[in-house]
Design a binder for this molecule. Structure first.
Ligand code: NAD
Length: 372
């Protein structure tokens, strides 16, 4: 198991300090893995014990500010094995029918929804109604309308809604944003985001429009959309997009295989991106300005992320993305901390507006104006 102690032993305190020095102040490094942390702890139930839920649960074992205390699942055998693995008490276990009862459980602060995309909207509304904070996986919803309803429901219930944008806490990503904000890249002109992989099993929910809400764009292309916004540091005002499909049997109507899209920003900067379920070796961000460039490759995988800029190689350390994300989200929820790149529901609605516009542009073939 990847524990905090394992992590510290693996990298060694001095190495950690050395590598973090150029990017993260010492105080920040301490905050992530603070050995003597005695502050409030975010008590989390995970809803959906699949592939990514399992990864988050493992990563949370290294957290000091967030703790896995509950589960919501439709599979009793999974609940049993998670209970014994993570010491989860029976009273914190729910299924999809009865989890509204979580409102009566004072030992759970937040629910992390990690189910297929189409289920997020209803599950987040139910968690909000139960009066618990929500963390929801990306894409937060199937479209901007659903997303806005989720934001409104959480506002009404006075609970926080965050989205699992783990790259928003990734050190090399944050270093590039620091450089751009400090003017070290000069006037930013262009971003390229290439995101894709060859997807496998044709029977998986990701290739079912009803559960996925689309295809590669919902799943992996969203990283290029989100990345173009935080790398350029502006909101897009127009979109053009082109869809190509080489395998209409595997990628049925409404499930996009490959989409290339372009975004225009108020400053005149542009982005050119590729989202695909049918090409490998595509995980690259490139940002260029008048005075410098930055490249991440891989840019959004589980890491280590690698990158360089016109000033040289980026040497910031790899820290398990989901561990840092949950540590930081605990601070956002419990202490009102403002992350460098927002991770709230409004941020997700912005991405969903771009997704809506891209799908519209693939159909119309025209430039689609957007207002975010
Ligand atoms: P998965 O198929 O591995 O797990 C999905 C879980 O949902 C399973 O445990 C399944 O039993 C459960 N489930 C509940 N109702 C279901 C239904 N009606 N149909 C199918 N499954 C149902 O999927 P995953 O990879 O864990 O993805 C879950 C979510 O997490 C998705 O929204 C995905 O986009 C997101 N995700 C995010 C990242 C990231 O890096 N942030 C990575 C992977 C997945």
């Amino acid at each position: 198991m990847n524990t905090r102690r394992d992590f510290l032993q693996k990298i060694g305190g001095s190495v950690l300090a050395l590598h973090l020095a150029p990017l993260v102040a010492k105080a920040d490094a301490d905050r992530v893995f603070e050995p003597s942390y005695a502050g409030p702890v975010l008590r989390v139930a995970i809803c959906g014990l699949g592939g990514y839920g399992t990864r988050v649960a493992e990563a949370m074992q290294a957290c000091v500010k967030a703790k896995l205390v509950g589960v919501i699942s439709g599979t009793p055998s999974k609940i049993k094995s998670w209970q014994s693995k993570y010491g989860i008490p029976e009273k914190n276990c729910y299924n999809y029918e009865n989890f509204d009862n979580i409102k009566n459980n004072p030992d759970i602060d937040a629910v992390y929804v990690i189910t297929p995309n189409a289920l997020h909207h209803d599950q987040v509304l139910r968690v909000a109604k139960a009066g618990k904070h929500v963390i929801c996986e990306k894409p937060m919803a199937l479209n901007a309308k659903q997303g806005q309803e989720m934001v409104d429901a959480c506002t009404k219930a006075k609970v926080k809604l965050l989205v699992g944008y783990r790259m928003h806490f990734e050190p090399k990503t944050l270093e590039i944003i620091r450089m751009r904000k400090a003017g070290e890249l000069g006037k930013v002109r262009f971003f390229q985001g290439l995101c894709g992989f060859k997807t496998g099993d044709p029977g998986q929910w990701r290739l079912n429009k009803e559960l996925a809400g689309g295809g590669s764009l919902m799943d992996i292309g969203i990283y290029a959309i989100n990345g173009s916004r935080y790398m350029i540091g502006e909101e897009p005002i127009w979109v053009t997009a082109q869809e190509t499909k080489t395998d209409p049997i595997k990628f049925k109507v409404g499930v996009d295989e490959t989409i290339q899209f372009q975004l225009g920003f108020p400053s005149g900067a542009t982005a050119s991106c590729l989202s695909t379920y049918n090409m490998n070796n595509l995980d690259r961000f490139f940002l260029t300005g008048d005075d410098g460039f930055a490249e991440l490759m891989p840019a959004t995988g589980y890491g280590p992320i690698q990158g360089r800029t016109s000033k040289g190689e980026l040497t910031n350390p790899h820290i398990t993305h989901q561990t840092v994300q949950m540590e930081e989200m605990a601070d956002v929820i419990l202490k009102g901390k403002q992350p460098i790149i927002p991770v709230d529901g409004n941020e997700a609605v912005k991405d969903l507006k771009v997704i809506d516009a891209i799908y519209e542009a693939t159909k119309s073939g025209k430039k689609t104006l957007i207002s975010i």
